[in-house]
Ligand binder design. Structure first.
Ligand code: ARG
Length: 468
């Protein structure tokens, strides 16, 4: 219970209340069991606010110093796990302010001058998410490095590229791995873009209409490293777009991890046998002694559901809210925290998993045989000899049908027989019908030929600051 309240309700806001709050209401509305994780950013924001209040003559320098000292002590206690959060004080903001006033007396009661929890919570959340976005960027960078190292290690290895999960065209394994580097690069760009809108300072919107007291919002923004202040106090207190944007970014990251996980699950099956995941990253079966299961990628794939759930939940929370702050908005934090924890742990373990995965180069190579994967190359060969592409497609289709009938590969048809389909076919056709010839030929920008992939790998390594 708040020590400086004289109201029967015992609350810091209880002046007009004649009765105590029902225990069920306290329990139902408290957020301290999850928003306590904002304490560091709450204290950072309060310190900047107190310094501004002193600069503006709204509190004395002595009061400011007592507040700063008290907040530092409270932060130390929380860091060390000594601070007792009280559910009856609802949230992190009230718990800290109440402890401050208990500690330093009347100066503590001045901290909330020209401030409301409505702008305070918005500030805390932005400060917190700004740091989390930076952590995510580092984690994404580490995942990219793991992909780049594998791409370097297996440079030259060939594998089937798939469409519709059917063997389509031969590619370099490194090309496939570098595709994920691109996906995670877009995730990093998206986060950086979203950070621009997180990094706007909301304090001073107060309850929702601004304040009549002579505050200086710009100086608070500068002290806390924000690039600007929000423009409209009503928009500010009701705005959670920045949290929704973070959730969307988290969703695409998890989606990319999920697609990778699906491939790892497939590739580690006997049917594919493309990879061996290290024993330390697999689990066994409680009944089947022979089993080695890819539970980690399965769990990452499975956790995608809750990350998407978090986004949809917050979208629905905000939908239909009238301006400005409504208590519904307290539902924002748990969703975002859960999604952040899930994505961060998924990224970290994906990096470890990749570092502990071996590719079965021989098996990958064998899988490029069978399936007529160089059929497109044969069509391109005819096109280079001036046959219209549609006609070439038809010719090669008939050649494939013949091979299928005979149960042989394109390379196994004698030249004379190939020439019956088109007089344009000459002995050099066998160069392009081979897997290596096919890969080598794909030198278009962004293609899978060795020269293009080496260029791409080189530029990725440079960007990530890793040396092969
Ligand atoms: N715990 C609240 C939240 O997370 C803080 C703001 C409360 N504001 C209010 N007017 N009750 O949204």
């Amino acid at each position: 219970m708040s020590t400086h309240s004289t109201s029967p309700s015992g609350k810091m806001w209880g002046g007009r209340f004649a009765d105590t709050t029902a225990a069920s209401v306290e329990e139902f509305s408290a957020s301290i069991h999850y928003d306590s994780r904002l304490y560091h950013h709450d204290i950072m924001g309060s310190k900047a606010h107190a310094r501004m209040l002193a600069r503006q003559g709204l509190i004395s320098d002595e009061e400011r110093d007592a507040i700063l000292q008290g907040l530092s002590e409270i932060e130390g206690e929380i860091d060390r796990g000594e601070f007792v959060f009280k559910p009856e004080l609802e949230d992190v903001h009230m718990n800290i302010e109440s402890a401050l006033t208990a500690r330093i007396g009347p100066a503590g009661a001045k901290l909330h001058t020209a401030r409301s929890r409505n702008d305070q919570v918005n500030l805390d959340f932005r400060l917190y998410l700004r740091d989390e976005v930076d952590v995510l960027d580092e984690l994404l960078c580490e995942t990219q490095k793991a992909f780049a190292r594998q791409a370097r290690k297996y440079l030259g290895a060939v594998m089937p590229g798939y469409t519709h999960l059917q063997r389509a065209q031969p590619v370099l394994l490194s090309h496939h791995l570098l595709a994920y580097v691109e996906m995670f690069q877009r995730d990093r760009q998206r986060l950086a873009d979203c950070r621009v809108r997180i990094n706007i300072m909301p304090l001073g919107a107060a309850a929702m209409a601004g304040t009549g007291l002579p505050i200086d919002r710009q100086s608070v923004a500068e002290e806390l490293g924000f690039s600007a202040i929000t423009a409209n106090s009503m928009d500010t207190t009701g705005d959670r777009d920045f949290a929704l944007e973070v959730l969307f970014c988290l969703n695409l990251i998890q989606l990319h991890l999920s697609r990778l996980s699906e491939e790892l699950v497939l590739w580690s099956s006997k049917e594919f046998d493309f990879i061996r995941i290290g024993d330390r990253y697999c689990t066994g079966s409680s009944i089947m002694p022979q089993k080695k299961n890819p539970d980690i990628p399965e769990l990452i794939r499975g956790k995608t559901g809750r990350v998407t759930g978090a986004l949809v939940a917050l979208l629905m929370t905000v939908k239909g809210l009238p301006l400005t702050y409504n208590r519904d908005l307290q539902e924002d934090k748990e969703q975002v925290f859960d999604a952040l924890d899930t994505v961060k742990s998924s990224l970290a373990i994906t990096t470890e998993l990749l570092e502990n995965t071996q590719f079965n180069v021989q098996r990958l190579q064998e899988a490029t045989v069978g399936g007529f994967m160089t059929a497109t190359d044969l069509a391109d060969y005819l096109v280079r000899r001036n046959m219209p592409f549609r006609q070439a497609h038809g010719v090669v289709g008939r050649i494939v049908a013949l091979c299928q009938e005979r149960g042989c590969e394109l390379t196994e048809l004698p030249l004379a027989e190939l020439q019956e389909f088109s007089g344009l076919i000459e002995p050099d056709v066998f160069d392009i019908l081979s897997v290596d010839g096919s890969v080598h030929s794909r030198q278009s920008d962004g293609g899978t030929s060795r020269v293009r992939v080496e260029e791409a790998l080189h530029s990725v390594e440079n960007a990530l600051g890793i040396t092969p």
